[in-house]
Ligand binder design. Sequence first.
Ligand code: 8GT
Ligand code: MN
Length: 562
Amino acid sequence: MVPLKRRKVNCSVTSDSSGDRTSKFPGVVIYLLERKMGASRRAFLTRLGRGKGFNIEYSLSCSITHIVSENNSGEEVRTWLNLQTGGQGREGGEGRTARPGSVHLLDIVWYTESMHAGIPVIILDRHRLQEREKPGLELAVVSVPSYACQRHTPLLHHNITLTDALSILAENAELGENEGRGVAFRRAAALLKSLPQEVRGAEQLQGLPCLGEHSLRVIKEVLEDGVSHEVETTTHSEQFKAMKALTGIFGVGAKTADRWFREGIHTPSDLQRSGHTLNRAQRAGLQYYDELNLPVTKSEAVAIGQIVERAVHAVLPGAEITLIGGFRRGKQTGHDVDFLITHPDEGREEGLMPKVVSWLEAQGFLLYQKTTGNSYLESKEGPARPASNMDRFERCFSIFRLSADTEGSEIQTGREIQKEKEIQTEDGPQTYSPTLTNTDPHTHSDSPHPLPQTLVVVGDHAQKVSWVLGHSQCSGPRSWRAVRVDLVVSPYSQFAFALLGWTGSKLFERELRRWAVHEKAMTLSSHALYDRKRTQYLRASSEEEIFAHLGLEYIPPCDRNA
Ligand code: 8GT
Ligand code: MN
């Protein structure tokens, strides 16, 4: 409440004031709220009060000091007051309305006790209007830390409708290459994901960090109307739809998509017809467009993991393979599958990727791959290098060819697969030769060439796959699908940093780096942690140690879904 002395004294009174000069209690100007009280009771109580020397006004004015109501919650009275005062009330100036927040909002109990006592009684807590609790709406949120890396953010949370709305606006900002705006929406969404309960009213958000003006506006709109006008407009906009469709092509970023959009290309089919020269990644992206936009299931990820394990162990026994990215955070589906590979004898991992890729290619598992070498040199790059998402590990961006066993959903073991191959390949395993023509992105995927009946999983993918591009060449359900797979090789000494950096979520990682720089004067990357004050690298062999170096509580992967 604004202290009385700060309030203007000379504002005009518009009421039928009973003449406060005769009031026995200057400084106490009462307004009885008719809402729920009724006109006749209000008139009776007014007469009663005035008879006892109280100043009771019939109209709202800036001189009102006490608003008394019956059967209303504080929230209801504030809402009502806001409506009367055009949203914020005015103090002084035209001086016609009370200013919400600057008066005592009191229950009728205070009034009747004052009548009884013949003087305005001291205001106690029980006299103040209570906030009505909506069922199950106790606000358990006391304080929420402002960095997402300080919070537990589970996969399943309570505010899906709100976070979906904010995510669309974030995505739209990112597609428009407005990174700052995108991050602001992502931070707001991440905050909502970390709340222990559903937000049902904007008043619950008071005092929470990360909620900018724009995000709050969207949240309020969704809470009140069920939808946000801006979100609706965005999702229906041609540009947003086209940008999503075009960046959904593997190898196509926002810049390229925007250029194409301006040329009138809105869909992958438009692009295919346009005759644009595409790079190798984009050609593969276009060819497997529909499949790569189908979510990858956990069982498919596990199946791919088995293939990767076989490949890696075939060329470097003892190497360790870890499923990273969203699946490590507990997601049941993903847009790709990410693996981190290392070997306990540091140095043994060098040059591993080309060998793994050769093995996979020879077995017909790869539809596309691009390998980049390790370009990280700690001494040269570490401290000087800004915190960044991009790292320099030996890395392979690929598209796997995952076979589906339409008969069942059992994932076969390596030995079973080998056995199956022996049975199915007439000439036995020695002469077995996967059809490499299938790895050429120019050929269509349902090539009649014999394919290795290698793995694996499945379920109903074969039925679900209905790729638009090249559809005419498909003659029925296919026994395999294309899956985006990222392989990363890390030296053992950097493994914990790589694991932390590649587990995500992207926002969680960004927040970790922001925390490191701003709160700890440290630089964190997927390779190392550098302490700028002590001018030294901080070693770690586990994620727990990195959190400890950063002065953060350890957050397990399943709670990094910011
Ligand atoms: P998903 O289910 O959509 O695949 O979700 P995800 O698994 O969380 O996302 P992702 O795009 O596959 O990225 C996995 C994690 O690797 C992210 O947290 C990302 O920040 C991290 N990451 C790095 N370095 C790089 C990099 O150079 N490129 C990409 N794309 N991600 C990187 O640490
Ligand atoms: Mn991923």
